[in-house]
Design a protein around this ligand. Structure first.
Ligand code: NAG
Ligand code: NAG
Ligand code: ZN
Length: 506
């Protein structure tokens, strides 16, 4: 207290002195500006001479983009995407090593285009159009039986043979697997409407992804898309859904984990610069307390059996309509009661409803010792929770495009994370549901965070800190567990026309 009082006096007393003298002292003003800038994310990162050169180049590019209209972060991502693709800043971000993707859901990992163009063209793929204008897919070696939601299954191969315009048909399938629309504001007037479409698209994709042979390729393709975007590591939230074979055989969660483990091993074998991937076991917050209890017991066991694959546990689904963390408190206390550790990675504060029970998830996540906070959109409104998360270095997983598409904020310059960034709050960037939003890798979300939320003051130091945070955040445990990198320094390089940026991960 005394120390901070002294600091305050040191900062403001000279200021007052000069103010009373008439014009504020320019040197004093510069010093304050520098002090404030040093507090932002990356504000204390020391840049080498080459990096400083790159930084001024980036700054100029940014100024150009910010003065052009329309400014991509200010408009809906579905309209901004083609503009972002032509951005020079974006192209640099694509080349930059971005560290780890720490908040992605398994049902939305791979682009919808691959699902349609590759997976639905595989043999034995049946489709059914539901009464509510959605679709279901099923791979089967015989004509599937009618179900409550699906009366009439058609073999896609037969259906396509009868089609005139295959491109239009495939586009219509893609539309059902993503949220994309040319008129997002008209089609999604409220959070309720967009969430409804969101859940529908998840269900539509499930029949494709949970086919056992597809899941294998799907994981590999997902890692490939991230690797392509210079991401080095993934933590994937997954419910480990049951998977099925052509003859209807069903595989359990252990099979899903083993498959994930094998695919990851194969991928890192093929791409030695990729560090690996783990699963955060997730259950839906629509479950009952006793169901969540059972899920936690199971997660504890799975983590014991697959310590190199299972990172921890989370609860998913729309926060505003599901049970709160406090509602599940009996279940969530189980690991501590049993004397075991099950790291938590809670979604918390993905809400606009300030002061509601849901809004308390932020504090409760911290009380349950969460390792990171998923979204933390409401964190800026909780000074105490903010202090706690900062003190414990609990990073916020910022997913800007998700927050915009799901209608928590429209102009990303007004995202509350702008406050967190200006204060250097621990933070990582992720993409949440890339295939539903139409992104691949992390570059689109990095762009929105760097150009939109961070504004002109976010610089190369900001980018470095964001990338390094994502590695520091969870990978330290992972790396020491694997004891692979204990004494080596990993170096990633970014080649720009004249300059090489190196980001070191220790
Ligand atoms: C589909 O994906 C698999 C695995 O990624 C690949 O081997 C195959 O060639 C692809 N098929 C088509 C038609 O693109
Ligand atoms: C959280 O961590 C603290 C300090 O390590 C511990 O005392 C407490 O029991 C933990 N709470 C839960 C719910 O795990
Ligand atoms: Zn999420």
């Amino acid at each position: 207290m005394l120390i901070s009082l002294c600091q305050t006096l040191l900062v403001y007393v000279p200021l007052l002195w000069f103010v009373t003298d008439g014009m504020p002292d320019p040197a004093q003003r510069d010093s304050l500006i520098r002090q404030e800038a040093s507090r932002q994310t990356g504000g204390r990162v020391i840049l080498t001479a080459a990096e400083q050169k790159l930084d001024s180049y980036l700054h100029r590019l940014k100024e150009q983009e910010m003065s052009a209209a329309p400014f991509p972060p200010a408009i809906h991502f579905f309209k901004a995407k083609p503009l972002i693709q032509t951005s020079s800043v974006f192209k640099l971000l694509q080349k930059m090593p971005k560290g780890a993707a720490l908040h992605i859901h398994s049902s939305s990992l791979v682009s919808a285009e691959w699902l349609v163009k590759n997976v639905t063209y595989r043999p034995h793929c049946y489709i059914c159009f539901t009464w509510d204008n959605s679709v279901r897919f099923l791979f089967s070696d015989r004509q599937p039986f009618p179900r409550w939601d699906c009366f009439y299954w058609q073999l896609l191969q037969t259906l396509r043979a009868k089609m005139g315009d295959l491109v239009a048909f495939d586009n219509s399938l893609m539309q059902r697997l993503t949220l994309f629309t040319e008129d997002p504001d008209g089609e999604y007037p409220s959070q309720d409407v967009v969430w409804e479409k969101f859940e529908k698209a998840f269900i539509a994709a499930a029949g494709l992804i949970t086919h056992a042979p597809v899941l294998r390729d799907y994981y590999y393709k997902g890692l490939d898309e991230l690797h392509h975007d210079n991401v080095l590591y993934l933590e994937l939230r997954s419910g480990l859904s049951r998977t099925y074979e052509l003859d209807g055989t069903i595989h359990d969660k252990v099979w899903a984990l083993k498959t994930f483990q094998e695919v990851t091993k194969k991928f890192t074998g093929d791409h030695p610069d990729f560090l690996g991937a783990r699963i955060i076991i997730s259950v839906h917050r629509a479950l009952t307390v006793s169901e969540v209890k059972a899920a936690i017991k199971e997660a504890i066991q799975l983590q014991k059996d697959f310590p190199d694959v299972v990172a921890g546990f989370d609860m998913v689904g729309r926060e505003d309509s599901g049970g709160t963390l406090w509602f599940f408190r009996e279940a969530l206390s189980l690991p501590a009661e049993l004397g075991v550790t099950l790291p938590y990675f809670f979604h918390a504060g993905e809400t606009d409803d300030d002061g509601s029970n849901v809004d308390q998830n932020i504090l409760d996540a911290l009380l349950f010792n969460t390792t990171r906070i998923g979204h933390g959109f409401a964190l800026a409104h909780h000074p105490l929770a903010k202090e706690l998360s900062r003190k414990r270095n609990v990073a916020v997983e910022l997913c800007p495009i998700s927050n915009q598409v799901l209608k928590l904020v429209s102009d990303l310059r007004n995202h509350p994370a702008a406050v967190l960034m200006s204060e250097g709050h621990p933070m990582v960037i992720s993409s949440d549901d890339p295939s539903l939003f139409g992104t691949t890798g992390l570059s689109y979300d990095f762009y929105q965070a760097f150009v939109g939320i961070g504004g002109l003051k976010a610089n190369l130091g900001t980018l470095k800190e964001l990338a390094v945070n994502s590695i520091r955040s969870e990978l330290i445990n992972f790396i020491s567990f694997m004891s692979m990198f204990s004494c080596s320094v990993l170096t990633e390089t970014l080649n720009t026309p004249h300059i090489t940026l190196r980001i070191h991960f220790y």
